[in-house]
Design a protein around this ligand. Structure first.
Ligand code: COI
Length: 358
C-alpha cells in the first residue's frame, strides 16, 4: 500500500523542546501523525500534520473499551542514522492484542512503512542524545457509532510520536532506583482475561492501586496473581526481574502478564552473556525473605518506556523492605548499558533487533 505524506506548513510547526530531563515522558508531541482507517480492510494510509480527532460520541471505543496500543522507541544513532528497536515485534504484539479484542490485524509491513514515513517527516524531533528517544505510540480504536456490545466494523489506527527522556524522574541522567508497592486489595489481571493484551482497560484497572501507591510515596505497583494472591506478576509499566544468587529470575508468561519486548531482550542478552535465566513463578514470600536475607541482590523492571529501572524498596503488608543497598545493582546497570549500546547502534547487534529506519 502506498503511503501519502502531507507535510505540515511552517506555521503549523511546533517549537522543539530542549533535550533535558525536563522533557519527561509523553509531554510533547511531534508535528505529524500516521493514520489509516479500517472497513473491510485497511485504507488510505497517510502521514498528515498532527491534529485533534473528531469522533462521534457513540464511537464504540468510548463505550466498550475496544482500544489497543503499543509503545516503541526510535533512536538517533551516534552515526546519525535513525534506529528502531524490534518495531516489527511491536506490530506483531499489537496483532495478538487485536485478536484478543476481536479487532482487525495490521499488515506489519504497511505499519512499518508508516512508521518510517512518520519518522522521516519528524526526524528533527528525535533527540540526538544518549538515553533520549522518540517514543512512538501506535493505537487502534473502534469507531462505529453504535450502542450495543459487539465487535465494531470500523476502526482507526494511528501513530503519534513524543520525544522522551526517562519515564521515572532521574537526576543527571543517572539510573535512579524506584520504590514499589505491593497491593493485595486490587489485582490487574487474571488468566483468561486481557492481561497479556496491551489494551487501555488494563491500565484503567490499575489506576486505583497506582493511586494508593503514589499517595504512600511509591512509584509503581507490583502486581500479585489474582488467583492465589501469591506470585508476583509484573509492575505497573514494566516486567520484573530478580537476581537470586547467581541467577536472573523472572515470572513466566502465564496468560495474565504482558509479554514485554524489553523483557524478552533482557532474557536473550543475559543468556548471551552466560547468565542463567529462569522463567518461573516467584512468590512474594520468596521476594520478601530474599530481600531480608540478602539472597536477592537486585530487583529491576524492564519496559520500553522505563527501559531498565532498578527497584530500591518493596513495601508489602505495611513494611518497607530495602533491596541490597537500595541503589542500582551491577546487572541492572550492565543490562541498561548493553541494551542502549545496541539501540543507539553503538555496538554490534548479534540478535537482529535493530532496524535502520533512516
Ligand atoms: C511502554 O513501556 O511503552 C508502555 O506502554 C508503558 C506505559 C507508558 C503505558
Amino acid at each position: 500500500m502506498s503511503i501519502s505524506v502531507t507535510p505540515c506548513s511552517e506555521s503549523q510547526k511546533k517549537p522543539i523542546p530542549e533535550w533535558t530531563q525536563a522533557l519527561g515522558f509523553g509531554k510533547f508531541f511531534s508535528d505529524h501523525m500516521f493514520m489509516m482507517e479500517y472497513e473491510d480492510g485497511w485504507k488510505n494510509p497517510r502521514v498528515v500534520p498532527y491534529h485533534s480527532l473528531t469522533m462521534d460520541p457513540a464511537s464504540m471505543c468510548l463505550h466498550y473499551g475496544q482500544e489497543i496500543f503499543e509503545g516503541m522507541k526510535v533512536y538517533h544513532g551516534q552515526d546519525d542514522r535513525v534506529y528502531g528497536f524490534r518495531p516489527r515485534d511491536n506490530f506483531a504484539r499489537m496483532n495478538r492484542s487485536a485478536r484478543r479484542l476481536i479487532m482487525p490485524e495490521l499488515d506489519i509491513e504497511t505499519a512499518y512503512e508508516g512508521l518510517c514515513e512518520l519518522v522521516r517527516a519528524d526526524r528533527s524531533w528525535i533527540p540526538p542524545k544518549h538515553g533520549y528517544a522518540l517514543y512512538i505510540r501506535p493505537t487502534m480504536i473502534a469507531t462505529d457509532a453504535a450502542l450495543g456490545v459487539r465487535p465494531a466494523n470500523n476502526y482507526l489506527f494511528f501513530m503519534i510520536a513524543s520525544p522522551v527522556a526517562s519515564y521515572y524522574p532521574q537526576d543527571n541522567d543517572n539510573l535512579n532506583a524506584v520504590k514499589i508497592f505491593v497491593n493485595d486489595k486490587y489485582f490487574r489481571a487474571v488468566r483468561g482475561g486481557t492481561g497479556e493484551a496491551k489494551c487501555a482497560g488494563n491500565y484503567a484497572a490499575s489506576l486505583a492501586s497506582q493511586w494508593e501507591a503514589k499517595k504512600a510515596g511509591y512509584a509503581q505497583v507490583l502486581w500479585l496473581d489474582a488467583l492465589e494472591r501469591r506470585n508476583v506478576e509484573e509492575v505497573g509499566t514494566m516486567n520484573i526481574f530478580f537476581v537470586i544468587g547467581d541467577k536472573l529470575v523472572t515470572s513466566p508468561l502465564n496468560g495474565s502478564i504482558l509479554p514485554g519486548i524489553t523483557r524478552d531482550s533482557v532474557i536473550q542478552l543475559a543468556r548471551h552473556q552466560g547468565l542463567t535465566v529462569e522463567e518461573r513463578p516467584v512468590s512474594i514470600a520468596e521476594v520478601i525473605s530474599g530481600a531480608i536475607s540478602g539472597t536477592i541482590s537486585e530487583v529491576f523492571g524492564t519496559g520500553t518506556a522505563a527501559v531498565i529501572s532498578p527497584v530500591s524498596h518493596i513495601a508489602f503488608c505495611g513494611t518497607e523492605h530495602q533491596v541490597a543497598d537500595g541503589q542500582s545493582g551491577p546487572i541492572a546497570r550492565r543490562m541498561y548499558a548493553d541494551l542502549l549500546a545496541i539501540q543507539y547502534g553503538k555496538r554490534e547487534d548479534p540478535f537482529g533487533w535493530t532496524s535502520v529506519i533512516l
